[in-house]
Design a protein around this ligand. Sequence first.
Ligand code: CAP
Ligand code: MG
Length: 432
Amino acid sequence: MAGYEDFIDLKYKPDSHDVIASFRVKVPRWSSAKRAWGAVAAESSVGTWSPLKAMNYKNVKAVAAKVFEAKGEWIKIAYPEEHFEEGNMSQILASIAGNVFGMKAVDALRLEDIEFTKKIVKSFPGPKFGRKGIRKIFGIYDRPLMLSVAKPKVGLTTKQHVEVGRQIWEGGLDLLKDDENLSNQSFNPFEKRVKESLKVRDKIEKKTGEKKSYLINITGPTVKEMEKRAKFIKAQGGEYAMIDIITTGWASVASIREICGDLGLALHAHRAMHGAMSRVPTHGFSMECIASCARLLGVDQLHIGTANIGKLVGSAAEVIELEDEITSDLNKENKQLHCLEQDWFGIKPVFPVSSGGLHPLLVDKVMDKLGTDIMLQIGGGIHGHPSGSYAGARAMREAVEAYMAGVDLAVAAKKCKELKVALDYWGRKGTR
Ligand code: CAP
Ligand code: MG
C-alpha cells in the first residue's frame, strides 16, 4: 500500500463482518478529497503518514479499513471486525475515534454513527435491567417515571439535600437524583447523604404507598472508590447507582456495569461533558455514537435531551433518533441524519431520560415528541416553583397525570393550585 489513497475502494461491498462508520470530512484546500478520506481510514485502522512495506503483508491488509462510499462531505468506512478486541470499547474507539480527529489531513471530522457487527454487539453485556426491568422495580407501566435532581446542584448540606428528597417524593415523584457534579464533598458527604436520604425514602414510601428510589452519584476518583460507594448503596437498601459516563471514561463504565450487575444495582448514565464532542455538527463524536456505546456497555437509563424544548441543544429529529437508537431492537438507517442501521441482537432497551430546562408546563410537549415510555427529569423547574419543591413536584405529577388522561393542562390547573401557580409563573414557553 503506497499511501492514504490505497485505503479507498469504492467498489467494495461490506458484509456482516464489517463494522461501518459514517464520517463527515472537511477536506483541506491544499489537499484532495481522496487523500483526506484515505487518511481517515488509514489512521483509524492500521496506517500512518508514511508508506510502509509491511502494509503489504496479507495479515495487515486483513484488518485494514477501507472507504467504500463517498457522497459529498460524507464517507462510509468498513472495518473488518477482526481489527477490534471484542468487548473492549476503549480499544474500539481508540481506533475509529482516536487520532483521526486531530489529523492535519482533514480540516474537521465528525463521526456521526457506528454500526457494530453481531460478534461485536454480543461481546458486550448490555443493560442488566433495561427499561422493562426498571418499570418492574416501580410496578409502573402506564406513565413516564418522574424524577427530580436536587438544586442548587452543589452546595446544599446533607440535611438540606434530604429535605429536598422528602418534598419531591411526598409531592408525587418516583425518584430523587444527585446532580452530575455532586459526589462526596465535605458539606454533603456521600455515605451520610445515602443513609439519611434512604431513611426518609423508606418513610415516604410507607406514607404514600408508592415505590420511591434515588439515583445516587457514585462518580469517584477511581473505580475502586466507585465500587466501594456502590457496595455502600446496596448495603443501605438502595436500588441505583448513577455515573457520569464521559468524565469517568468507557473502561470505568464497563467496570461499574460489572460491579452493579453483581450487586443487583440499576445504572443511571449521566452524559455531562458530551457536548464537548457532540455539539458541533462538523466536528467531533456524535451523541448517537455515545448512546450506542452506552447501550452496549450496559447502562439502564441514559439522558437523551428534550427534543429542543428545554435549555440544552439537541433537535427534535436528533433526540427522536437517539430514543430509537437506545430502545429499538433494530434501529433503521436515518439518511437525513447520516445515522446507520443497527441490529441490537437482543441487547435490552435503555430507559430514555428527557431532562434539561424543563418545568411542569413543558412535559406535555416533550411527551408529544418522545411518547410516554420515557423518564422525565426536572430540577430548576420544580425547586424554582414559587411555593417550593413540594409544590413543584405536585405540579409535575398533576401535569403528567393530566396528559395521560387526555386533559389539557389549563383545565387541570383549575383543579390543582400548584399547577395553576406554575402556569402563571412560567407560562408555556420553552427555556434556554
Ligand atoms: C438538569 C440537569 C441535568 C441536565 C443534563 C442540569 O437540571 O440536572 O444535568 O438535564 O443535560 O444540571 O442541567 P434542570 P442532559 O432540570 O434544572 O435543567 O439531560 O441533556 O444530559
Ligand atoms: Mg444536572
